[in-house]
Design a protein around this ligand. Structure first.
Ligand SMILES: [Zn+2]
Length: 445
């Protein structure tokens, strides 16, 4: 599931010139200015795995390479990893990036749940906590809850201090300021800075993004798909959102609002009242919350939903899934109508962006495979031929963990982007550089 060479970008290859790093990081340190950072980066990206390869790729003398590798090993960032296959002469010792040199924290707060994790420097989750949680409780109680989970995980994994933190929130995040801007469903959060809050408590660099963007990043980095493909990711949970990754980069738009499709206008039906206060929004006709509202209203006609109301006083998405699997005709109708509406919007997005993969994630996946099939049918029928002919349409593959995985990946990759690495590599850890580091962001996320 999790690749070992996490930066296995399509153009990765042993023997590439160091200057090729500029293709993914426009302000990569030059070899002359930051040879240690360049060497760590070459090993981490898999472009050089041995001292002779490093000498060849960098053009540095073997003596200088040996000194720098020694420094990186002493600092804990590189480690020996056995021997390279013999090519006749003496076997060269393999080097690898030490993903255990530090830990990052990863957080995704959705509208109705949160996932909090601890990960290594490859962005691989080591542990994760899940809790049903309403974001409507506001930023103070939500962040206090996040911190309680982080502290418990840190204690369990003997993490004194995180090297960096990635966090996703279910609203529009302004990419420059890292603040939430007018989030429709998050009372009390407008202008809130999760970065400032977490910095105050952990003194680590914090990278913030919209939760759907991080779900797409997690699925792209660790999921079933092909990383060389452009990916359109649609989250259909309580709310609806989308993200687009093209050539390995998340589309943020001018400020970070790109992809927020939940409140685009899809119908003139005045009865389609949305929780944002408008009418006719996509969420009002296809969102998980509207599904629950309508399922509750029609629960009497469905034995499974009626039982949920009798037992718990409310219907949850899990009940919808159970009813869908039992081929309950009421629920099937509700789900398929939503899939059709979502498919129509997805078809437009596919026509506009021409992705290689369309991935559907979020809580509505619990409603079963028929939902994806219906979305796929509508997308294929309504998008242009060239845009859809080679398109793969599938469900997210990481069991709802893609968001927290994406948050971990964002933090790890941003810490280790060559331009960021150059700031702290001589000291062996990023401590004390939080303010400067969080201005860096891995080029492709
Ligand atoms: Zn709306």
């Amino acid at each position: 599931m999790v690749p070992t060479g996490v930066r296995a970008l399509p153009d990765d290859r042993v023997g590439a010139r160091a200057s090729d790093a500029g293709a993914t990081d426009p302000i990569a340190p030059s070899l002359e200015a930051a040879p240690l950072a360049a060497i760590v980066d070459l090993v981490r990206s898999g472009r050089a795995r041995t001292r002779p390869q490093l000498a060849e790729v960098t053009g540095l003398s073997r003596k200088i390479v040996t000194q720098r590798v020694e420094q990186a090993c002493e600092g804990g960032l590189l480690r020996e990893a056995g021997f390279a296959p013999s090519e006749g002469g003496r076997q060269a010792r393999l080097l690898e990036f030490n993903r255990d040199a530090g830990r990052v924290f990863a957080v995704v707060v959705g509208a109705s749940e949160m996932r909090v994790g601890v990960a290594d420097l490859a962005g691989t989750l080591l542990d994760v906590t899940h809790e049903e949680w309403s974001v409507e409780t506001g930023p103070d109680s939500t962040m206090a809850r996040v911190k309680a989970h982080l502290d418990a995980l840190a204690a369990g994994h003997v993490v004194d201090r995180p090297w960096g933190i990635g966090i996703g929130l279910p609203g529009p995040v302004e990419i420059g300021s890292a603040r939430l801007i007018d989030p429709a469903i998050m009372p009390g959060w407008d202008g809130f800075s999760a970065r400032a809050w977490l910095r105050e408590h952990y003194d680590a660099p914090v990278w913030v993004d919209n939760d759907v963007n991080l779900m797409a990043v997690g699925e792209w980095a660790f999921g079933d798909g092909d990383r060389s493909h452009d990916m359109l990711f649609i989250k259909a949970g309580t709310g609806i959102g989308s993200a687009f990754i093209s050539r390995g980069r998340v589309l943020h738009g001018q400020r970070g609002a790109a992809g927020d499709i939940g409140h685009i206008h899809v119908t003139d039906d005045a009865d389609a009242v949305c929780r944002c206060g408008q009418t006719g929004c996509l969420e009002a006709v296809a969102g998980g919350w509207s599904l629950l509202v309508e399922a509750t209203a029609r629960a009497e006609a469905s034995p499974i939903l009626a039982r949920a109301i009798a037992e718990r006083g409310r219907v949850e998405l899990g009940d919808i899934g159970a009813a869908a699997r039992a081929e309950d005709p009421i629920v099937r109708d509700l789900v398929l109508r939503r899939a059709t509406a979502l498919g129509a919007v997805a078809a437009n997005l596919v026509t506009f962006t021409n992705p290689g993969e369309l991935v559907i994630g979020g809580g509505v996946l619990r409603a079963g495979a028929e939902l994806i099939e219906r979305i796929a049918t509508v997308v294929r029928a309504r998008s242009t031929r060239m845009a859809s002919e080679e398109l793969t349409i599938r469900a997210a593959s990481l069991d709802q963990l893609e968001g927290v995985m994406g948050a971990a990946y964002l933090a790890a990759e941003s810490l280790l982007a060559p331009s960021a690495l150059a700031r702290w590599v001589d000291e062996g850890s990023p401590f004390g550089h939080a303010a400067a580091l969080q201005r860096h962001r891995a080029a492709f996320v």
